[in-house]
Design a protein around this ligand. Structure first.
Ligand SMILES: Nc1nc2c(c(=O)[nH]1)N[C@H]1C(S)=C(S)[C@@H](COP(=O)(O)OP(=O)(O)OC[C@H]3O[C@@H](n4cnc5c(=O)[nH]c(N)nc54)[C@H](O)[C@@H]3O)O[C@H]1N2
Ligand SMILES: Nc1nc2c(c(=O)[nH]1)N[C@H]1C(S)=C(S)[C@@H](COP(=O)(O)OP(=O)(O)OC[C@H]3O[C@@H](n4cnc5c(=O)[nH]c(N)nc54)[C@H](O)[C@@H]3O)O[C@H]1N2
Ligand code: SF4
Ligand SMILES: [Mo]
Length: 699
């Protein structure tokens, strides 16, 4: 081979928590250095395009602040005082603490807590193997996907949709409750193709004129938590004007005369009063959908982060169904394909020793759990030991004041395995340095597309960093946890999982880099029937029987309306809390990740609040002035940015900045609530009633 050693592009996969799960092309400059990062052209969903923050990855992987040595706390909790120790001592201390906690309170006192900082199946999900063998408390992962997935599957019966590349063949692309220009840039690639090649209009639905709304041909600006009203009124027009596909409704859905009667009163005028979109805009967009038929609804997570989020997701999903759009190439809906891969996690997660009687604790309620709320602990033992991988709850979890109080407990022993000294790591007793994705092997699947991909190790990690897999296996050994999965390498796990799932082998995947699992048209479009037993789409779902893993009913389930509707459970207009705050994602961060990189920080600058100029005037707030935003859960100070691209009474704080970027050291999540979104739990991050006042300059 005569490839130049100095600069070699190698395939990889972006591991971050993003539906795009891009295939990457990484320039490797020797055994411990990378150069440029590009999107892989050969993988047709990524199609050579990635976001700017990952294109700049060399600044993250080679960041001078990376953790490279195990640390032990040497000052009070949260003081940030640590001393360096060796791996053996760090692991011995962690194992001793876990064993001591277990001896005192039983194994459920240990709570392994993780999330999707890496989406690699081996590195993300191996923590379950340890907890299953040890019967430690499980984590019910509610923080991100629950309301959205539940709302979608309530209708379709399966977490699967029409191939997102088909967007390019659509006559009308609807981007609803997601801001892909920030959060999953590849959606725009395929949507814009439809506009260029077919003249398809792009319709966006959001609560502010974000970058995606600005690029849309039609932007519908709704008030937060009112998408159910908009969707119901669109369906009212479709039925009223003969634009619904009645034959399809009869053959493929549970459409009923009662539903039709229900929609008769959901007029555009009724919806306008709730969602703020003028009735004439509703009329014309409904007509557009009805005329085009071949409409592709790309439904996002954002609008599900409301207390009625599952219901609103389902309501929006009902529109393409009423159109019969699923029958056409380029038509139908997509939210996530996470339910389609069927990769066996039996070995990675140790599912052979899973005991369903061990309690699950709600991820989003970590504040309540750690501060000892009996119901959140399922009336069981307190949590006195934690192992945390791939997540930064001190920053990203709701009810931040409780989270902080919990982590500050002297009787809680916390081990955090991290790449940086995050605000969660700073609260730990032991901090362990973690590898990054190009420093270990892993297997990935695209939630937002159809590919299984291999992310091989490309470079050596700095210092003494170890992968999640190595840490889990080393801890298991010291704790006396036995399972064949602890003796396997990541490559062996990948091979085992692929073979068990009839997805080939590691060797085959290594040759191609990725597999396109694109299902046949009939299946992706539900032509032969939806996922429910009778094959019918549900306009009237049985919310208690949505086929997704769950931990029982949560939130005000009994009050969920029978049919798509506006469900008024969002934080109500309280005269004392007159504004509705959403905490929409920032373009240059990914949750709290990338807040450590200078390239991202330089572009996002500082925490701020978008507010309508007339609202700002009424409060006497000028551009750049500091306002206090508060509710019963807490308060933060944010710099004012006057912005007329939102409705009166709505305010947006983009991005999860570090808590310490805020004047009082508390972040945006002091304002967000952890009450469970019905029917399956989740956090309503964009559903906050708040008060805003000018901060008087202190003398
Ligand atoms: N740059 C960047 N990319 C990211 C992330 C990030 O933080 N930054 N986060 C990653 C993660 S973990 C996830 S889950 C995905 C999420 O990505 P998305 O599916 O895009 O979901 P969100 O980002 O929560 O919100 C998307 C939009 O929904 C809007 N929204 C909020 N409430 C409502 C409502 O009631 N109705 C309507 N119609 N719109 C509403 C918000 O204003 C926002 O513009 O993105 C991933 N990608
Ligand atoms: N206000 C508000 N809060 C939100 C949201 C919002 O929209 N608004 N969005 C919510 C959503 S959708 C989500 S998904 C959550 C996400 O919240 P988190 O899961 O906490 O996501 P990140 O903040 O990206 O933190 C991931 C951490 O994992 C670390 N990491 C990455 N790879 C590895 C690895 O291989 N090994 C180890 N040991 N560590 C690794 C990174 O350094 C990073 O610190 O936040 C939620 N919080
Ligand atoms: S768009 Fe998402 S998956 Fe693609 S590189 Fe950026 S963060 Fe990673
Ligand atoms: Mo998420």
């Amino acid at each position: 081979m005569n490839a130049p050693v100095a600069s070699l592009f190698r395939p990889s996969v972006c591991p971050h928590d993003c539906p795009s799960a891009c295939s990457l092309d990484v320039e490797v400059l020797g055994n411990n250095r990378i150069g440029r990062v590009r999107g892989l052209a050969a993988q047709s969903y990524t199609a050579g395009v990635i976001c700017a923050k990952v294109a700049r990855y060399s600044e993250r992987i080679h960041h001078p602040d990376r953790l490279t040595k195990p640390l032990m706390r040497s000052g009070p909790k949260g003081s940030g005082q640590f001393c360096e120790i060796g791996w053996d001592e760090a692991l011995d201390r962690a194992a001793e603490a876990f064993l001591a906690a277990e001896a005192k309170h039983g194994p459920e006192t240990v709570w392994p807590y993780y999330y999707a900082g890496t989406m690699g199946l081996v590195m993300r999900d191996g923590i379950h193997r340890l907890r299953h063998v040890k019967r430690y408390s499980g984590m019910y992962d509610t923080i991100c996907t629950n309301p959205a997935w539940t709302g979608f599957v309530a209708g379709t019966g399966r977490l699967a949709g029409v191939d997102p590349r088909e967007m390019a063949k659509s006559d009308c692309v609807v981007i609803w409750g997601t801001n892909p220009v920030h959060t999953q840039v590849n959606v725009m690639t395929h949507a814009i193709r439809a506009r260029k090649e077919r003249g398809a209009p792009i319709v966006a639905v959001d609560i502010y004129m974000n970058e995606t709304m600005k690029q849309a041909d039609i932007a519908l600006l709704v008030k937060p938590g009112t998408d159910g009203a908009l969707a119901s009124s669109i369906m009212h027009v479709l039925l009223r004007d003969g634009l619904a596909d009645r034959a399809y409704l009869g053959s493929h859905t549970d459409f009923s005369p009662e539903f039709e009667v229900h929609l008769e009163s959901r007029t555009p005028a009724w919806a306008e009063a709730i969602c703020g979109v003028p009735a004439h805009e509703i009329e014309s967009v409904a007509r557009l959908f009805g005329e085009k038929k071949r409409c592709y609804f790309r439904l996002g997570y954002g609008f599900s982060r409301q207390r009625n989020g599952a219901v609103n997701m389902h309501a929006a999903l009902c529109i393409p169904t009423m159109l019969g759009a699923w029958q056409h190439e380029g038509g139908g809906a997509f939210h996530s394909n996470s339910g389609t891969y069927g990769i066996s996690k039996r070995m990675i997660e140790g599912l052979d020793v899973f005991d369903p009687s061990v309690r699950l604790l709600d991820q989003s309620r970590i504040g309540a759990v750690l501060t000892g709320e009996a119901a959140s602990l399922k009336n069981g033992p307190p949590v006195t030991a934690m192992l945390i991988q791939n997540t930064n709850p001190m920053n990203v979890a709701p009810e931040q004041r409780k989270v902080r109080a919990g982590f500050a407990r002297e009787d809680l022993f916390t081990v955090v395995h991290e790449q940086f000294m995050t605000e969660t790591a700073a609260m730990a007793d032991i901090v362990l340095p973690a590898t990054m994705f190009m420093e270990h092997d892993d297997l990935y699947q695209g939630g937002g597309h159809t590919h299984i991909m291999l992310g091989p190790k490309l470079v050596e990690p700095p210092g003494a960093c170890r992968s999640n897999h190595e840490v889990i296996c080393a801890l298991a050994k010291r704790i006396g946890a036995e399972h064949p999965g602890f003796a396997m390498s990541p490559r062996e796990h990948i091979d085992w999982a692929l073979r068990q799932s009839s997805r080939g082998s590691l060797e085959e995947l290594e040759k191609q880099g990725f597999i396109d699992t694109d299902p046949p048209f009939e299946r992706a479009h539900y032509i032969t029937g939806f996922g429910h037993r009778d094959g019918k789409f549900r306009f009237a779902p049985d919310w208690l029987k949505v086929p997704l893993k769950n931990d029982g009913p949560m939130g005000p389930v009994a009050a969920i309306p029978r049919f798509p509707d506006h469900w008024a459970v969002i934080e109500a207009d309280d005269p004392a809390l007159p504004f509705r705050l959403a905490t929409s994602p920032a373009r240059q961060f990914l949750n709290s990740t990338f807040t450590e990189t200078p390239g991202s920080m330089a572009r996002e600058i500082a925490p701020s609040l978008l507010i309508h100029p007339e609202d700002a005037d009424a409060l006497g707030l000028t551009e750049g002035e500091v306002a206090e935003v508060s509710n019963a859960r807490g308060s933060v100070e944010l710099a004012i940015r006057r912005f007329d691209g939102l409705r009166h009474g709505v305010v947006i704080a983009e991005g999860i900045f570090p808590n310490k970027s805020h004047r009082r050291g508390e972040g945006i999540n002091v304002l967000t609530g952890a009450d469970q979104v019905a029917p399956r739990g989740g956090a309503a991050f964009h559903d906050n009633a708040v008060a805003i006042r000018k901060v008087q300059a202190s003398g």
